[in-house]
Ligand binder design. Sequence first.
Ligand code: ADP
Ligand code: GLC
Length: 477
Amino acid sequence: MSKTIRVLSVVSECVPLLKTGGLADVAGALPAAMAANGAEMRVLMPAYRSLRWRLDGMVPLFGEEDLFGGPGTVYAGRVGGIDFLLLDAPHLYDRDGGPYAGPHGDWEDNPRRFAALSWIGARIAREGLIDGWRPQVLHAHDWQAGYAPAYLEWGGPRDVSSIMTIHNIAFQGWSEAHMLRELRLPAHEFHAHSLEYYGGLSSLKAGLVTADRITTVSPNYAIELMRAEFGMGLQGVLSERASIVTGILNGVDTQVWNPENEDKPYSVDKLRGKMENRKTLCAAFDLEVPGPLAIVVSRMTHQKGIDLLPQVLPEFIEAGGGIAILGAGDPQLEGAMRSLEVRYPERIGVRVGYDEGLSHLMFSGADAVLVPSRFEPCGLTQMYGLRYGTLPVVAQVGGLADSVINVNPASMIAGVATGFTFSPTEADAFSGALRRVIKLWEDKQAWAQVQRNAMRHPVGWEASGNAYAKLYAELVR
Ligand code: ADP
Ligand code: GLC
C-alpha cells in the first residue's frame, strides 16, 4: 500500500550514458533498485558532446537563457530503462575531452559547469518544472552536485528534502572565494560554519552543510570519514552532522555481472567453465601460471595502491603466482606496470586502457582480484570478485572491509570466509595476504569452499535499495 516516492538524482555521470568510475555504475543502478522499492527516480546529468546526438530523440522541457554564461535547455528521454533529464548547455559541456578534464588537466570552468547542473537540479525540485512530475527528494551525488542542496536550501521556503551522497571525499569542488557571486551563492553564507572552506569555496561542503541527510557508500567509510586520516579536511563538518550521516553499501548489477553469462558460463555448483575461462585469459595475456592467477582492474592512482604492486609481486611470482593487470591513469604507474611485465613476461600481463569486455574475461577466468586501496568509499571490483568466485584480496578500509570476510581459522570453521583482508595498506601486510593466498591455494578443497562462500554472498541491490527507500520515506514523512 506504499505510495510511490519521486526522487530526482543529480549526477555528473551515469551508466549507460557515460562512465569514468563506480559513480556511474551506482547512479545507473539506483533507478531500477528504487523502482523495486516503490520509488520513482529520474536522473539529471549534463549533455556532454558525446551525448548530444541523443537529444534528437528527446523532448525539450524548459530552458534558462543565462545559465552561467549561455543558454541551457533540459531534455527528457528514456535510455536503457532510465528516465534521463539531460541538461544541454553548449558553452559548458559541448567540447572534446572528458567530463571533468581536457588535454591540459581539469576544465578551468568546472565550478561553473557543475554549479549549473546543480542550479537546474534545485530549480526542478523547487519549481516542479516537469509537467506532472514534481520530485519530493533531491538526491545529489558528489561534489559535482554539491550546490544542488545548497541552492534548494537558500532559495526560500521549500517542501522538497535533500540527500547528499559522498562517493569519494577526495574530490571537493574547490574554487576561489571571489567566485561566490558568479556562482549565485549568498554572500552572508560565507563563514566557517557554512560555505567558507579554507578561505575559498567547496561545492561538496556546501552540500554537506545544507542537505537534510548525508549518506556515503559503505557503513565503514561513514565512520572513517569522521577521522582526519580519511576525512580529508571535511572530518569536522561531518562530525558535527554525525546524527544525519549514514553508510549504505553499494550493490552491483547482478545481470551484467553474472558468471552464467560469460564466455564459458559457470555457477557455484558447476565451476568447470571457470577453468576454461582461465585458459582464455592466460592466452589473452600470454601467460603461463602454475599457481593462483590474480587480476587488477582499476584506475591507476595513488588511492588504489597500485604503486605497491612492484614491491609485492616478485615474491608472489616466485611462489608460482601470476597476474593480469588492466587499468589506466597516472602515466608513472602505467610505466611501472609495463616494466613489471617486461621483467616477468610469462607471469605478468599488462593492458593499459579501459576495456569492459576484457574485464569480464578477467573476472571470469582469474582466481583472485587484488584491491590494495589506501582508501575506498565502497569499491565494486571486490564485489565482482565475490560473485565470480575470484577471491578478493583487499585492504581493510572503507567498503572493502564491509564486503569481504577474511580467511582465518574461525571464519573457516564457521564457513563464512570469502577472501583476504590486510592492514595497513603497506607492502608488508599486502605480501602477508598474498602468502595466505598461496597457502590456501595449496589446499584445493579449502579454496573451493571459500569460492563457494564468496559466490553465495549477496552483492546485488536488494538490501541497499531497501535502505535508500527507507531513507527517502523518512524524508517525505
Ligand atoms: P572507482 O570508482 O573509485 O574507480 P569502483 O571500484 O567503485 O572504483 O569502480 C570502478 C569501476 O570501473 C568498476 O566497474 C571497474 O570494473 C571499472 N574499471 C576501472 N578501470 C577499468 C578498466 N581499465 N577497464 C574496464 N573497467 C574498469
Ligand atoms: C567512488 C569510490 C568507490 C565507489 C564509487 C561508487 O568512485 O572511489 O569506492 O565504489 O564511488 O560509489
